[in-house]
Design a binder for this molecule. Structure first.
Ligand SMILES: C[S@@+](CC[C@H](N)C(=O)[O-])C[C@H]1O[C@@H](n2cnc3c(N)ncnc32)[C@H](O)[C@@H]1O
Length: 204
């Protein structure tokens, strides 16, 4: 089922609403991440720049074939080859793939969905123990030029509470401002954050 209020405005306008390099810098999306999975490529606004930054493969999943096709087309034009595309309903079947197989999962403009805890739990499943779930969303402010209606728009504390149910907590930078219209949260397993000196080997 397509998530509620996930219709997109025209592509050129949508892409004026984000400072993509700033967002990716502030969320720590860089070559230290290998494989990453994204829920909802949309126009590929983040898909292409993320794929260009990471050192592995970006798997992007969208329920809309036209969105996947548009993103595939843009990636081909830009010579971005490290993207795997899937048309699927993540809310029905999850991300697929092995548990703990990804360095990160991207939930960008997604968590106004009907079952946010289910999505965050599924995101936590696919990232490896020391991996990250990256969330961005529209500020809880009716003055934003777009974004879901205020009744279903999550506040940062909602996202932190849902994440806690999934065994995740924010990394030390906490809720990050992503001007002009968004905020972001980088999440990691509570067990990893609670034991900062624990080595990866101990967690396996
Ligand atoms: C608000 S847009 C965000 C797109 C992109 N993440 C961004 O921020 O530019 C939500 C996207 O999720 C996709 N989507 C909605 N329901 C979905 C589902 N059940 N499974 C996978 N993708 C879904 C929509 O087709 C749309 O492309």
């Amino acid at each position: 089922m397509k998530l509620r209020e996930s219709g997109m405005p025209e592509e050129a306008y949508w892409e004026t609403l984000f400072d993509v390099p700033l967002i990716l810098d502030r969320l720590g999306i860089n070559r230290q991440l290998r494989d990453v999975v994204e829920l909802g490529c949309g126009y590929g606004t983040f898909t292409l720049p993320v794929a260009q930054r990471i050192s592995g493969v970006l798997t992007t999943i969208d329920i809309e074939p036209a969105m996947v096709e548009r993103t595939r087309q843009r990636a081909a034009q830009a010579g971005v080859l490290n993207v795997v595309y899937a048309v699927a309903d993540v809310f029905a079947i999850g991300f697929g793939g092995e548990p703990a197989s990804q360095d990160a999962c991207l939930l960008f403009n997604i968590l106004h969905c009907e079952q946010p805890v289910k999505v965050v739990v599924e995101a936590a499943r696919v990232v490896r123990p020391e991996g990250y779930v990256h969330v961005i969303h529209w500020r809880y402010d009716p003055a934003t030029p777009r974004g879901p209606s205020m009744e279903i728009r999550p506040r940062p504390e909602h996202i932190l509470n849902w994440s806690a149910e999934a065994g995740l907590c924010a990394t030390p930078e906490g809720v990050v401002d992503l001007p002009p219209w968004h905020y972001g949260i980088r999440l990691q397993r509570v067990a990893v954050r609670a034991t900062p000196h624990t080595t990866v080997e101990h967690l396996r």
